[in-house]
Write a protein that binds this ligand. Structure first.
Ligand code: LMR
Length: 400
């Protein structure tokens, strides 16, 4: 019997969507999971993706298995998008297609457990970090620790504390870094701050594990958003591995399109690493699904579609920025005495509001506004039609 199987808790992020769906109030707002919505509050399939889909359909492709490492045209184009020239001609970069960013973290965690310190090493994640990071790495058999990142006083980066923690880590630790658009805080280091972080990681001989889920989405400029990753790779002093997702920046959420890559020393090393990535993937899911990867490859390699896509990413980033400004202005207009500048200072899909779990609970109960209990708001769920209602609701639960 399975009577001993206990009911598990709902997921901290995806569970919010379930609660939202159960609410019948017409004013309800889902600011939980980070999934882009148009200003009409609707999911958005990018025009470049629609056109790529039509082009693929016209080609009448078969559904044969691809390599264990996935669709070659996709992994090449994805690595080129991430690294550009920073790793030379990419001949030394081992890359495998993954089940989006989460799958990339999982494959990456497995790789590090096998080939970096025999699982005795700890992955250090920022405090706070994406709600799924620790679970992914623990399921890989890795230990998980934290370094300080967010300063609740300033709602900004706790650079001094972060550097202090990075410098105190055991030599050869694994340091998880959000490449851009830090989730959940929306607080990214400046280029000068990144240089100090890089120095601390290199001095400790740590592995830099970049999680890049928002390339192009943070600033609207895909090269700028990959700046920190490329600086680490170009310096060549710290081992770099990368989890890359196309869920947000191409709107391919449910298609599960991503990569995991390892920057090796040369082509021989790359070949050896890739052979091990195959050995990790094969018993896990054999080989990855093809459709989403073909779509992304088409968008990335067709110059016209690529240009259209970059324009659309910029459009999404701009709508997010406009909604940040609108929310802050409406809160101030509503007479809120709290400082809200961090709403416009932070970037990416999320705002880390500073609301307490109790205030978040009240928002759901009294106002039908749903967000994660850490006070993170997915800005993508805000529209010009509901921003006023949201500001009034937040003001109600935060005024003394
Ligand atoms: C989020 O943080 O809301 C997104 O990355 C969605 C997810 O899978 O958690």
């Amino acid at each position: 019997s399975w009577a001993h199987v206990e009911m598990g808790p709902p997921d901290a992020i995806l569970g919010i969507t379930e609660a939202f769906k159960r609410d019948a109030d017409p004013r309800k707002m889902n600011l939980g999971a980070g999934a882009y919505r148009t200003d009409a509050g609707k999911p958005y399939v990018l025009s470049a993706v629609r056109r790529a889909e039509a082009a693929l359909l016209a080609q009448g492709l078969d559904k044969e298995y691809q390599a264990i490492t996935g669709v070659g045209a996709f992994t090449r184009a994805a690595a080129e998008l991430a690294y550009a020239g920073a790793a030379g001609d990419l001949g030394r970069v081992a890359v495998t297609q993954t089940i989006s960013g989460t799958g990339a973290l999982r494959v990456g965690g497995e790789f590090l457990r096998r080939f970096h310190g025999g699982g005795e090493r700890t992955v250090y994640v920022p405090a706070p970090t994406w709600g799924n990071h620790a679970a992914v790495f623990r399921d890989c058999g890795l230990k998980v620790g934290q370094y300080r990142y967010f300063d609740a006083q300033t709602n900004g980066l706790a650079l001094g504390a972060m550097l202090e923690d990075l410098r105190a880590l055991p030599r050869g630790s694994i340091v998880l870094l959000h490449a851009c658009a830090h989730n959940p805080t929306g607080v990214d280091p400046t280029a000068a701050q990144w240089a100090e972080i890089q120095q601390a990681v290199e001095a400790g001989e740590h592995v830099a594990f970049f999680d890049m889920a928002y390339q192009g989405f943070a600033s609207g400029d895909a090269d700028r958003d990959a700046g920190a990753l490329r600086a680490f790779v170009a310096a060549g002093r710290a081992p770099v591995v990368l989890a890359q997702s196309f869920a947000k920046n191409m709107g391919l959420y449910g298609e599960r399109v991503g990569t995991f890559s390892v920057v090796g020393a040369d082509a021989q090393e790359r070949a050896r690493i890739e052979s091990q990535l195959k050995i990790i993937v094969r018993p896990m899911y054999s080989n990855p699904p093809v459709h989403g990867a073909r779509l992304a490859a088409e968008v990335l390699t067709n110059p016209e579609l690529r240009a259209e896509w970059l324009g659309e990413v910029k459009g999404m980033a701009d709508r997010i920025i406009a909604m940040r400004a609108a929310l802050r202005a409406r809160l101030e207009d509503a007479g809120s005495a709290r400082p809200w500048q961090h709403i416009t200072d932070q970037i990416g899909m999320f705002c880390y509001t500073g609301l307490t779990p109790e205030q978040v609970d009240r928002l759901a109960r009294d106002f039908h506004v749903y967000l994660t209990r850490d006070g993170r708001v997915s800005i993508a769920g805000i529209t010009s039609g509901n921003v006023q209602y949201l500001a009034e609701s937040i003001h109600s639960v935060t005024k003394a």
